[in-house]
Design a protein. Structure first.
Length: 316
C-alpha cells in the first residue's frame, strides 16, 4: 500500500534525482506554525467532508494564517497528480477514479465555512478525456446552488491533452475568476514544468477572455528558480497581451531535497520592484511578495480586482 507521507513514495519520479541542498530561509520568509481554534475548526470541516486541500498537499507557508480565518483552497479530483513538475509537492502517480459525490461535499463545506469567496483547484488529470473539466463545472454549479452569494475562483490545469470543448465547459459554468498559473519563465519550462507548454498555457488564458470577455483572468509565477529580471518582465508583457487581469508573484520554496533547487531568495525590495512594474503594465490587480501564493488573501484581492475594473470603466 502506497504511503503518501513518505517522500520516496509520494514522488517516485524524483527518487533518482540528486539531492539539492535546501538553503536556510531568510527572516522575511519564516512564518509561525499553525495553531488556534480557527485553524482546528477549518481542519475539522475538511476532514469531516473528506476533502483535500492544496494548502496541505503543496506545503503552503500561509496555511496557519488562512485556516485560522476559515479560508482553505480545496483541491478536487483526488490527491495524486498525473504530472511530475519539479517544483511541486503534490503526489505523482496514477489517480483513482473521479468521485461523483465530491462536488456536493465541497459545496457543503463552503456553506459550513460561510465563505464569501472560495478558491477551487485540482491536480492534473491527464487520464480523463476532458481533463476533469466537467468535474470542475459540476463543483461550480453545486457551490452556486448551496451558496449563491459566494464568489468562486478556480485554478485549473492546462487541459493540454483535451479538445477545445474542455475549456468551454469550465467557462460556461461561470466562475468569477479563472486562474491558471504559468509558474515560471519559458526558458525554465523543460526543467521546472516538463509536462506543460508555456504558450499553450498563455493561449488558454487568452481563450477564456474570448469565450467570456467579462470573466476575470489571473495567473502567477514563482521567482527564485533561476530566472532573471528581464525574463520576468517579458512574462508580464505576454500576460498583458493575453489580457490577463491579475498577476501574482511569489518566492519559490523547495519542498524536499529531491525538488528543484532554490536558486536564490528574492528580496522584498525586488518584489516591490516587480509589483511597480506590473502596475505600470496595466494589470488590474497585482500581488508580489515573498509569501504571495495564488489563493493567499484571494477574497480581499477579488474585491479590489472588481473595484479596479469599475474604476477603469468609470463606474466607481
Amino acid at each position: 500500500m502506497r504511503d503518501l507521507k513518505i517522500p520516496a513514495e509520494r514522488h517516485p519520479e524524483k527518487a533518482r534525482r540528486p539531492d539539492q541542498a535546501q538553503p536556510k530561509k531568510p527572516s522575511w520568509i519564516r512564518v509561525k506554525a499553525p495553531v488556534g481554534e480557527g485553524y482546528k475548526a477549518t481542519a475539522k470541516i475538511m476532514r469531516e467532508h473528506k476533502l483535500v486541500t492544496v494548502c496541505e498537499e503543496a506545503g503552503c507557508p500561509n496555511v496557519g494564517e488562512c485556516w485560522s480565518q476559515g479560508h482553505a483552497t480545496m483541491m478536487i479530483m483526488g490527491e495524486i497528480c498525473t504530472r511530475g513538475c519539479t517544483f511541486c509537492n503534490v503526489a505523482t502517480g496514477r489517480p483513482d477514479a473521479l468521485d461523483v459525490f465530491e462536488p456536493g461535499r465541497v459545496a457543503d463545506a463552503v456553506q459550513k465555512l460561510g465563505l464569501n469567496h472560495v478558491v477551487i483547484t485540482s491536480v492534473d488529470r491527464d487520464d480523463v478525456d476532458d481533463g476533469g473539466a466537467e468535474h470542475f463545472a459540476q463543483t461550480i454549479r453545486a457551490i452556486r446552488k448551496r451558496s449563491p452569494g459566494t464568489t468562486i475562483e478556480i485554478l485549473t490545469p492546462d487541459f493540454i491533452r483535451c479538445g477545445p470543448d474542455a475549456l468551454e465547459t469550465v467557462v460556461a459554468a461561470k466562475p468569477d475568476v479563472f486562474n491558471h498559473n504559468l509558474e515560471t519563465v519559458p526558458g525554465l519550462y523543460p526543467e521546472v514544468r516538463p509536462g506543460a507548454r508555456y504558450f499553450h498555457s498563455l493561449r488558454l488564458l487568452q481563450r477564456v477572455k474570448e469565450l467570456d470577455p467579462t470573466m476575470f483572468t489571473k495567473s502567477g509565477i514563482m521567482v527564485g528558480l533561476g530566472e532573471d529580471r528581464q525574463a520576468v518582465l517579458q512574462v508580464m508583457d505576454d500576460m498583458r497581451a493575453a489580457d490577463i487581469d491579475f498577476l501574482t508573484v511569489g518566492q519559490y520554496l523547495q519542498p524536499t531535497t529531491k525538488h528543484h533547487a532554490v536558486d536564490r531568495f528574492v528580496t522584498p525590495e525586488e518584489f516591490a520592484g516587480y509589483e511597480k512594474s506590473a502596475w505600470g503594465k496595466g494589470f488590474l490587480m497585482v500581488s508580489a511578495t515573498p509569501l504571495t501564493r495564488s489563493s493567499y488573501h484571494a477574497g480581499d484581492d477579488f474585491a479590489r480586482l472588481r473595484d479596479a475594473r469599475l474604476r477603469k470603466l468609470g463606474q466607481a
